[in-house]
Design a protein around this ligand. Structure first.
Ligand code: C5P
Length: 219
């Protein structure tokens, strides 16, 4: 291992869930813990990079030496990524961004008067697609795909549709993979290659992801 292969490089990572408010006391979110994104940030720091970690509401400790940027909603993250991506060499979107948000946020707490509650949702911006469509020269951009079925087909479709350089595909159904675990089982998908990885710690997977992204930049 070259001691600091990412020295002088800026790596921007997003991690954790988004929260979308419904009223002053409630939100809709997902089970993301941020572990995968934090592990990538730690690995990037060890490899010598200048690391910024955009993180949703998670219970993990800040990483010393890494610039921490908090977000709550998908739109917060969108604004953050638009700004921070300008100077990034590598961008890794591991945040579990909510696809939809409630169209209207009630000013007062919603009362439980009716048996059914109808909430209209509207689509959030696809941040990964935006970053890929607006990338500066040489930027390498990686996304994630977490699926419950047809993992590889969906991940390949995502790579092409979003125009990312790599998609890290992981299944919620595989033992040793998923949200709250310390391990993951991933397939790394690029336009040229599909690489199945064995179960490994999220830390090690972070190193492998960065290694493969670095070799994409060399091509
Ligand atoms: O389309 P899907 O949500 O499955 O794609 C997952 C990838 O896209 C992840 O890298 C996630 O961070 C990113 N994403 C995004 N903006 C969204 C939804 C997902 O950047 N609104």
């Amino acid at each position: 291992l070259h001691s600091h292969p990412l020295k002088g490089k800026r790596v921007l990572i997003s991690a954790g869930p988004t929260r979308e408010s419904m009223d002053p006391v409630r939100f809709i979110s997902n089970h993301s813990t941020g572990k995968m994104g934090y592990a990538i940030a730690r690995a990037a720091f060890l490899l010598g990079a200048d690391v910024t970690l955009a993180h949703g509401p998670v219970s993990l400790k800040d990483i010393p030496g890494v610039t921490m940027k908090p977000f709550i909603s998908a739109n917060d993250l969108f604004e953050l990524m638009k700004e921070e991506s300008k100077k990034a060499d590598y961008i890794i979107m591991s945040a579990a961004v909510g696809d939809y948000r409630p169209q209207d946020v009630a000013k007062e707490k919603i009362k439980k008067n009716d048996d059914c509650l109808h909430v209209e949702f509207i689509k959030n911006p696809d941040i990964l697609s935006y970053l890929c469509a607006n990338r500066t020269n040489q930027q390498i951009i990686c996304g994630f795909a977490m699926e419950t079925n047809d993992l590889i087909a969906h991940a390949k479709e995502k790579l092409l549709r979003k125009n990312a350089d790599m998609i890290v595909a992981n299944s919620l159904r595989t033992k040793g993979a998923g949200f709250a675990t310390d391990t993951n089982v991933a397939t790394l998908i690029t336009k040229e290659n599909t690489e199945d990885l064995p179960m490994m710690s999220k830390e090690d997977l972070g190193l492998v992801i960065l290694d493969r992204l670095m070799s994409l930049k060399e091509d």
